[in-house]
Design a protein around this ligand. Structure first.
Ligand code: GLN
Length: 490
């Protein structure tokens, strides 16, 4: 039995049948970590001792019928912006280097109730701001497919960990694409749920109106199962929804014949790498071969998506990050004179360049005199984008798009020109602005052997449709390869 190749659901099934133990799964993950972590660096913190002890406890719990769910006994990694009680939660920032939360995020309680085993915390862009995992204060994560390349971001650690076999499942967070884009770059699957489906309680906020936690895994079925574990109403999050349709795996095996898929024409015009476009067009064929109807339509608001997103996200970020003042959370500058100087030096030393850029941009667009010209306009633009998606969903079950205009860039290339990097989020940000669910599934490799993903976007509450479509696509596509052990050498 090759434990490394198993999906999370297969692993849990074998555990249930007593063919393997919970500890076997945990050991498999830690042996991959030992082998690959020196060059991948997906994790910021590992809970080896705790995971071994927890494995024993879960094993007993399964035998006693405490843990009966489909993911009981499965190891999982958690992005380091999600609070785990008593464990450092840094957001990959110096300013939180000593922060140890006194409580669990709601999703962590849910993982525990499901009998899952938390392996450790994964690397990310600082405060989830970035597209490459290079803005982490604790070093870059490397793409397991090729160590010269980034894993994408901001949930790059979570996606790289799944790709490298260093976990079976992971949690990421997605504010403007941070689950879907790194999933594409790492050849794994990731879901951004409808806004309000997963509690944000204990997720350190970046842009509260856009943030959602979501699953990353080896395939759609695994992600759907994990989404069932973490989704659900939470009174501790005022934006949490009371949904009744949380059985996301229900339509997994269903056919897609007759379903209507829409592709925004403008998404395939300038700026899209030809290799990504080819892989995307091939993916459309796989869908039509199964009887799906694929049509092209026009999106007029495309050029406003990035500006609206970066204004709204930065505005909310500048306000959310006010609380890191050297008093409440861990880090404080060593020498200062008086209160203002303490704030100033703490924030100067504690935040990295990208975070500072967002705070300054956000404070600017919210300031008197500029609020109407930028922030309010961005909110109005968001409403127009939403109206356009609403119209599209009158005609289509699912909207298809690439996950990113290119495959994983080389390490060091993106941060030279942050504005150009922002443009790379073109296919993902509208989904957050509109609160929609989206999934990325691997659909090909470029000439360098780097993965390409296709994104399937659903209407609000349309998770089941995109999950059904993604799993039908997987069946048509066939098995997707895993990176060669440890990826290509530098
Ligand atoms: N790359 C986008 C940004 O930097 C999205 C980040 C995210 O989804 N957390 O804002």
């Amino acid at each position: 039995m090759d434990l490394e190749k198993m999906t999370a659901l297969e692993l849990a099934e074998k555990i249930k049948q007593r063919q393997i133990s919970v500890l076997d799964g945990v050991k498999t993950v830690f042996s991959a970590i030992e082998k690959n972590e020196p060059h991948v660096h997906a994790y910021l913190d590992l809970y080896k001792k705790e995971a071994y002890a927890r494995a024993k406890q879960v094993e007993e719990g399964i035998m006693e019928g405490v843990y009966t769910g489909p993911l009981a006994g499965v190891p999982i990694a958690v992005k380091d912006n999600i609070c785990v009680k008593g464990k450092k939660t840094t957001c990959a920032s110096r300013i939180l280097e000593n922060f140890v939360p006194q409580y669990n995020a709601e999703v962590i309680d849910r993982l525990e109730k499901a009998g899952m085993v938390i392996i450790g915390k994964t690397n990310m862009d600082e405060f989830a701001m970035g597209s490459t995992t290079e803005t982490s204060a604790y070093g870059v994560t490397r793409n397991p497919w090729n160590q010269e390349h980034v894993p994408g971001g901001s949930s790059g650690g979570s996606c790289a960990a799944v790709a490298a076999g260093e976990t079976y499942l992971a949690l990421g967070s997605d504010t403007g694409g941070s689950i879907r884009q790194p999933s594409s770059f790492c050849g794994v699957t990731g879901i951004k749920p409808t806004y309000g489906t997963v509690s944000r309680y204990g997720l350190i906020a970046y842009a509260s109106s856009l943030d959602q936690i979501g699953p990353v895994g080896k395939n759609t079925a695994d992600c759907a199962a994990l989404l069932e574990v973490i989704a659900g109403h939470d009174p501790k999050d005022s934006t949490s929804l009371e949904r009744k349709d949380l059985d996301f795996s229900e339509n997994l095996g269903q056919r897609i014949a007759g379903m209507k898929f829409g592709v925004p024409k403008e998404y395939l015009a300038k700026g899209l790498d030809p290799e990504v476009k080819n892989a995307f067009m091939e993916a459309l064929k796989i869908l039509t071969e199964q009887g799906a109807i694929v049509e092209f339509f026009s999106v007029e608001t495309m050029e406003y998506m990035i500006p609206a997103y970066y204004i709204i996200a930065s505005a909310e970020a500048s306000s959310n990050l006010e609380r890191f003042d050297g008093v409440k959370y861990g880090f404080r500058a060593k020498s200062y004179e008086g209160l203002h100087d303490m704030y100033y030096k703490t924030r100067t030393e504690g935040f990295g360049d990208e975070v500072k850029r967002r705070i300054m941009l956000g404070s600017f667009v919210l300031s008197a005199g500029y609020y109407d010209a930028y922030y309010l306009k961005a909110l109005k633009t968001k409403a127009l984008i939403k109206a356009e998606f609403d119209r599209a969903f009158e005609k289509y079950d699912v909207i298809l798009a690439p996950a990113a205009p290119y495959t994983a860039p080389k390490i060091g290339e993106s941060l030279k020109d942050p504005l150009a990097m922002y443009l790379g989020d073109i296919y993902t940000v509208a989904v957050n602005l509109c609160g929609l669910p989206g999934i990325t599934v691997p659909c090909g490799l470029d000439e360098k052997g780097l993965p390409i993903g296709i994104q399937m976007i659903g209407n609000c509450f349309g998770e089941k449709k995109i999950i059904r479509s993604a799993s039908a696509f997987e069946r048509g596509r066939g098995e997707f390869p895993a990176p060669e052990k440890g990826g290509r050498e530098r």
